[in-house]
Design a protein around this ligand. Sequence first.
Ligand code: ARG
Length: 461
Amino acid sequence: NEGALWGGRFESGPAAAMAALSKSTHFDWVLAPYDTRASMAHAKVLHSAGLLGEADLATMLDGLERLAADVASGAFTPSESDEDVHGALERGLIDRVGPEVGGRLRAGRSRNDQVATLFRMWLRDAVRRVAAGVLDVVDALATQAAAHPAAVMPGKTHLQAAQPVLLAHHLLAHAHPLLRDVQRIVDFDKRAAVSPYGSGALAGSSLGLNPDAIAAELNFDAAADNSIDATSSRDFAAEAAFVLAMIGVDLSRMAEEVIIWSTPEFGYITLADAWSTGSSIMPQKKNPDVSELTRGKSGRLIGNLTGLLATLKAQPLAYNRDLQEDKEPVFDSVAQLELLLPAITGLVSTLEFHTERMAELAPAGFTLATDIAEWMVRQGVPFRVAHEAAGACVRVAEARGVGLEDLTDEELAGVDPALTPGVREVLTVEGSISSRDARGGTAGVQVARQLDGVRESLDTL
Ligand code: ARG
């Protein structure tokens, strides 16, 4: 078992199928830049503890630096015999500085505390990139909202005509969950910023190494309080996988609407050529593939979260090799979002809205009925009575094949004497919308206020 990190007590090396099963370099190599950086920090605490002389420290740091450069350039890669990223990099270090100095690095450190630390480092950086991508989507939504301050549309519940709303209000309804996802990432980092380094295999180190010094050197807020917990828990990874899945789910809700809105039956939007695809057989096709891939990949992100939770369930303390399965789902969720987010930003910022069509449909399906009832309440009528009366107006209009706004004064009064012509002030889409002017409502003033708030969050997050 030449070059492996273990082997003293073994007479033979692993069987080929054992080695193949054990191997993780094909996915954990992304941790290599973090591994070399953390090794430099570890070398310094070995030196501070008197376990590595001045000259050896300099040799080791120089070797690690050259190794990091070779990793970055692709000149150094894992070989067939390397089990994982950690073993490969120790081989690389020993190649560069020899076994006498290179063989000292591993003192007081186990792959268990090492991989837990490196995974946290990688993830803290990765979710920061994801957050930036999410904020780009929010920015695109806010820009579209600002470009359509007065456009109206049919608001729906159960996908049925409900009440008219401003398009900007609807667009910002997709911005808020995404902003909360970014806040979740910020919050995640508080818990992720704790360093397991110094925990060793599970029980801590006897060599007088200072975990706080290494934590600070690697940009963590603190070192872990419990070495058993630090090497065996992966709730930080599950938490990140949840936030990534939530982002996928939030994007999928928007994607679904883009798919529906771009059908001729809705006709709300046209997609830009650059963000749609054609058909190999049907020449007329323009398909919303960005949105469909978003919808599809959100299922994959949910799978990554549930798969990881299943891996973690009921593992006894402390480290178990099951934990090697923790990385791929999280790496994958990040990779999928890094593909999706720029495409969704492109899609949203180039959507062309057919505002006349949306305005025409806004009152369809008697969406002003609630306005009649609420207007009557403002005149002192009990809501129960008003609800009945507005329903009767719908019945009359439906029978005559007209909209609520087309009812005559006589027809209105015939339903309920309280329905004087004054009700007409809310029997327009604009009247209905501007009457909903309390905080959070769809009135123009409130939506403008809301947009300011979203912009402010974009500036501060
Ligand atoms: N490659 C492992 C992982 O990703 C770390 C190695 C720990 N191996 C061990 N035998 N303790 O979790």
